[in-house]
Design a protein around this ligand. Sequence first.
Ligand code: SF4
Length: 311
Amino acid sequence: MGDNGGIESSPVAVYIHTPFCPSKCGYCDFNSYAMSGEIMERTTATTVREIRESPHVGRPAKTIFVGGGTPTYLPTEQLVAILETVMDVHPPVDGCEITSEANPGTIDFPKFEAMRAAGFNRLSLGAQSFQTHDLIQLGRVHAPTHIAEAVQKARRAGFDNVNLDLMFALPGQSLKAWETNLATALALGTEHLSLYCLTIEQNTRFYRQNLRGMLALPDDERQTAMYDLAVERCEAAGLQQYEISNFGKPGWESRHNLAYWRSEEYLAYGPGAVGCYDREDGRYRFTNLKHPEGYSSAVEEGRPLHLRMRF
Ligand code: SF4
């Protein structure tokens, strides 16, 4: 333990939540908002301030993960300002894994270059599917061709550690269509794949459509076959499964994912960010205020951002 009120001082995983997206996907129950402009700029400023005023100032980062939302929807200078602040407050250890999530429809080469120059060394691209009709139904803003283009641009910008997120058990998706998606993703040769089974969450468009019988969801048997196929194809391609949904080439497992998986501490900043950390008297977990307006007002007025719970 350090001498900062009993707060740990060893290297820790750090998560930053950026809650903005170009539009809301049909299945999404994440803390994300189809907003931009003034509120985005204000929330970036308040996130920077929250990080600067952290009780954990000086604690080194062993991983940094900027997620969302869609971090790459932020103007480049705002995304870079957030990372620079984190690195200032939480000096990265040697070899620190520094990830940004990215939407293939919200990036261009100069943005990747600027992100790489700022210190990001890993990208997690939300591909989800290589089928146009899936992407339209999901409400994604990118087209299938954007995914390979994004990987190529990332490589050219110097990213040697790239993840693709894919979803399976999509409405109407056959085992064959999933097999094609897997093969297309594996052919891109990224170091890591995250493969998630679609779940229908309340307060989403998909939930309402499902209630009305409008989604032809694969049954349990097909979902299991899809998962088994994913494990088999990834392992055949040299991507080892190291967690339920995550597959990586040996040595390219996400250290940030592993921190969650191993129930380690993770600091967290931004609207709706969830974190947990240890003190001498136990482990604390917190969730920040979710809405960017309420969160930003609280930061600006110096009010508490969350209730802290010990467990
Ligand atoms: S891009 Fe991600 S966070 Fe944004 S609305 Fe879609 S699923 Fe949600």
